[in-house]
Design a protein around this ligand. Structure first.
Ligand code: CAA
Length: 388
């Protein structure tokens, strides 16, 4: 039985900043952000968007009367959770009006958890072939103003429906995983921004990739030449490029050309949105599917997932006949180009705004946020979500 990604969608905020403007404001050469780090624009998140609303705005695009009845599990992958106890998935069940006979949980391991969710969903569908699993991967990446990590922030959500007979990507059974306790990126409970050893995390990411990719190759006997494309966890595009570069010499010249061209397609969206943490790999996959020119049914795509701390996995999937009809490329491009640019000053103000941390009541102005699902405030320690 084939099991894999049947549907996929994406949501981010309607605001962004231009990375050349951020570089100028930080007295850095624009080339450092645009080429050295590889980012052109960065999503800016208003207080009315959080990991729950972003996930709801992404998942809402996938739901139909039929799949609503088949989804019996929601896996909410995030490292920007809004509660230490209650899962974001429970909020999703009600916001999306999903049946109450659904199990709803949150799953965490830095940027890796959506991949864990996907692998768990595959096992679950194997036992319950008539069911579907909704996975959301939503985050707001925050390193802080004037920090080295600032140009690698961003935010948004990916939603996917995992089922048998998937119409986009059938996931292969083989995969290679590697876990090691390292301190490259973490966020203690008392911190609103991540702590990161940036250069160290970059090195570990490439090392982990080489480890799981070579294990995977040994396990399967597949060579680099047998991949139409590789999709990477992309907190910023240069990171994935370094991993790709480290294995390109293993392939024939035409493979090297194909993988490089498809890598360019796979970072188009990430380059103008920024870091999605858990969703970054799957935004890169979506960008690849919607922007590559030569992909066809039967092509094998390799996926590298990395979550600091650190857990990594390499696995692959095969494109299914008619996968193009499941994509909404034109609408995606329109949504991304119609976002509103904000000044660096406006971004700094939005970034510094914090919801009360003492439980006091707050009403947020939701009139400026065109998203369907918004956070309208906090009352009696409870988040107030609204549907426009
Ligand atoms: N023109 C072109 N390129 C230039 C340039 C110019 N004018 N000036 C500098 N550059 C290049 C540099 O040569 C360098 O390129 P290489 O990496 O190829 O050497 C690049 O621009 C960046 O320059 P620096 O290394 O000097 O930049 P920096 O010290 O300010 O830090 C960074 C860059 C390490 C990426 C930093 O932004 C950072 O720490 N970001 C966060 C990293 C991160 O997200 N880590 C976790 C990844 S995994 C994850 O997503 C976490 C998770 O699981 C949740």
């Amino acid at each position: 039985m084939k099991i894999g990604i049947d549907q996929i969608s994406f949501a981010t905020s309607n605001l962004y900043i231009d990375m050349a403007e951020l570089a100028n404001a930080r007295k850095e050469a624009p080339g450092k952000y645009l080429i050295g780090i590889g980012q052109k624009k960065m999503a800016v998140l208003p207080p009315t968007q959080d990991s729950v609303t972003l996930a709801a705005n992404a998942a809402d695009q996938l739901l139909t009367p039929t799949n609503r009845e088949q989804i019996d599990t929601i896996l909410f992958a995030s490292e920007s959770g809004v509660d230490q106890s209650k899962s974001g998935a429970v909020y999703l069940q009600s916001l999306l009006n999903l049946p109450t006979h659904v199990r709803a949980v949150e799953i965490k391991q830095a940027c890796y958890s959506a991949t864990a969710a996907l692998q768990l969903a595959r096992g679950y569908i194997a036992l319950h072939p008539d069911k579907k699993v909704l996975i959301t991967a939503s985050d707001i990446a925050r390193y802080g103003l004037h920090t080295a990590g600032e140009p690698t922030q961003g935010g948004g959500a990916i939603a996917m429906i995992i089922s048998r007979s998937p119409r986009i990507l059938a996931i292969d059974d083989d995969s290679a995983v590697y876990t090691e306790n390292i301190m490259d990126f973490w966020r203690p409970n008392y911190a609103t921004e991540a702590l990161v050893n940036g250069h160290y995390s970059g090195h570990m990411y490439v090392d982990f990739f080489n480890d799981v990719f070579s294990t995977y190759r040994k396990q399967t006997g597949l060579t680099l030449d047998q991949f139409a494309a590789l999709a990477f966890h992309l907190p910023y595009t240069k990171m994935g490029f370094k991993a790709l570069k480290s294995v390109l010499p293993q392939g024939k010249p035409e493979t090297q050309q194909r993988l490089a061209a498809n890598f360019a397609a796979s970072h188009q969206y990430n380059q103008v949105v920024g870091n999605l943490y858990t969703g970054s790999l799957y935004l890169s996959l979506l960008s690849l599917l919607e922007n590559a020119t030569d992909l066809k049914a039967g092509d094998r795509i390799g996926l590298f997932s990395y979550g600091s701390g650190a857990v990594s996995e390499f696995y692959s999937g095969v494109l299914q006949a008619g996968f193009q009809t499941m994509l909404h490329t034109k609408q995606q491009h329109t949504k991304l180009t119609q976002r509103q640019k904000v000044s660096i000053l406006a971004y700094e103000k939005l970034f510094q705004y914090q919801l009360p941390r003492d439980g006091s009541t707050i009403d947020l102005d939701t009139t400026q946020d065109p998203a369907k699902f918004v956070l309208a405030g906090i009352k009696a320690h409870q988040r107030q979500y609204q549907q426009h």
